[in-house]
Design a protein around this ligand. Structure first.
Ligand SMILES: Cc1ncc(COP(=O)(O)O)c(C=O)c1O
Length: 439
């Protein structure tokens, strides 16, 4: 079928377009742990799509909720109007979120959620009369989507360098990946918490803490190759932010919805941020949706500051709280709870960890990092060809082993749906091991 598909017109995102179109990798159906291709192969999904179909593909309850909603209310504005599903989705989301974060701003994906959170942070300080706080701090190798706010606080050079100065007044913490000290650590690395002190000792000392609005970090840096925070690192960031009145935003687009075996990374780490950015697993990716979970008093500050009948926050999207996305989110939260998927992820994490670390010693494997149902396998690159080795592994897994993995640079990232079982974990790492062994 791929031979019949005209591939010329779709400019594919984050893709080597010419390479793809020379031999398209076409997925035509999905169910549970598997994709199906146009050449009728069943592909084991080691990446939950793009870290997003946590409840498995085409979950019947989610599909049915979307279908029902599409036939009842296709669209309704949420600007000065409302529809029940949007409010119910917000309630469903807050029911699994840290208790303090009980107000929800909806948008359509992770990038919009990041930019929304940054705007809430900046506006919050303004609204309470502290407009000097205009500076944002992100982290090297952080990925916060592709909006101008997100690439500004993000720290992936390739995503930034072509687009000019995105936002003024942004600085970055160093990333905590330290293979020299922490290689092959299971779970959180023991070395590196002092890197969090840099927030205070380097960045706040340089810029003046009174100018800083927010710090945004991913609890685990996912897209850039599964970089785990050292033990106590996130706690330290929380303490420093509290000391100086700076908002702490967790970008949980990947770590949210059970990836670590808890609803959010915030729960796993025992650190409550002031806002959580989420997307992906929010609707099991069946309809695009993103959200910002906000501390109630931040929300209330906006409500209290505005005149009667005035709009309190000048921001929103035509599709904020879209009926189909809202229906998908409600059904997804229900599935997570009724099927105990976060508990399943937690229970399988030790098995997944053992399987991941069984790859140690295979050719070119220079580090393995893991937590919950996520792991990163870093390979020695081919000199002068960054990313080529891992991409080759990706292609071989897909064409020869019927396995979908994801790579970034020379790092393989695995993040299967939370419905995975032990036999499928064995298959996932077994197939990958065969490919690595032959390299
Ligand atoms: C941590 C993080 N933030 C933001 C995003 C952007 O999300 P989206 O692609 O839905 O805009 C991603 C996507 O992978 C992500 O991993």
């Amino acid at each position: 079928m791929s031979n019949q598909t005209d591939t010329r017109h779709f400019w594919m995102p984050f893709t080597a377009n010419r390479q793809f179109k020379s031999r398209p990798r076409m997925l035509v159906a999905a169910s549970g742990m598997y994709y199906y291709t146009d050449d009728e192969r069943q592909i084991l999904d080691g990446t939950a799509g793009l870290w997003c179909t946590n409840a498995g593909h085409c979950h019947p309850k989610i599909t049915e909720a979307i279908q029902r909603q599409a036939g009842m209310l296709d669209y309704a504005p949420t600007f000065q109007m409302g529809h029940p599903r949007a409010f119910e989705a917000a309630s469903a989301l807050t029911s699994i979120a840290p208790a303090a974060l009980n107000r929800v701003f909806f948008c359509n994906d992770g990038s919009e959620a990041v930019d929304s959170a940054l705007k809430i942070a900046l506006a919050y300080h303004r609204v309470r009369g502290d407009g000097l706080r205009h500076r944002l701090i992100g982290r090297e190798r952080g990925y916060h989507g592709v909006g101008f706010g997100g690439i500004a606080v993000g720290g992936i050079a390739g995503n930034r360098k072509h687009f000019g100065p995105a936002l003024p007044a942004v600085d970055h913490l160093r990333h905590p990946l330290d293979i020299a000290r922490n290689a092959f650590t299971r779970g959180l690395p023991s070395q590196g918490a002092e890197l969090a002190d840099e927030l205070e000792q380097r960045l706040l000392a340089l810029h003046d803490p009174a100018t800083v609005a927010a710090v945004i970090v991913e609890p685990i840096q996912g897209s850039t190759g599964v970089i785990l925070p050292p033990q106590d690192y996130l706690q330290k960031l929380r303490t420093i932010c509290d000391k100086y009145g700076i908002l702490l935003i967790f970008d949980e687009v990947i770590t949210g919805f059970g990836r670590l075996g808890s609803a959010f990374g915030a729960d796993w780490f025992g650190v409550v941020p002031d806002m959580i950015v989420c997307a992906k697993g929010l609707t099991n990716a069946a309809v695009p949706m993103g959200a910002v979970l906000v501390r109630q008093d931040i929300h209330d500050t906006f409500m209290d500051a505005a005149a009667d009948n005035a709009i309190e926050f000048y921001h929103g999207y035509t599709y904020s709280g879209h009926p189909l996305a809202a229906a998908a989110a409600i059904a997804t939260m229900d599935v997570y709870r009724s099927e105990g998927l976060f508990e399943n992820a937690a229970a399988l994490s030790p098995y997944f960890e053992d399987a991941a670390h069984s790859l140690r010693g295979l050719p070119h494997v220079k580090d393995i990092r893991n937590l919950g149902l996520v792991c990163g396998i870093e390979l020695e690159g081919i000199p002068g060809q960054p990313g080529a080795r891992a991409f080759d592994v990706f292609l071989q897994c897909f064409w020869e082993k019927d396995l979908l993995i994801r790579t970034t640079g020379d790092i393989i990232a695995l993040s299967p749906p939370l419905v995975i079982n032990k036999a499928q974990i064995d298959a996932l790492f077994g197939k990958l091991a065969e490919v690595l062994r032959a390299h």
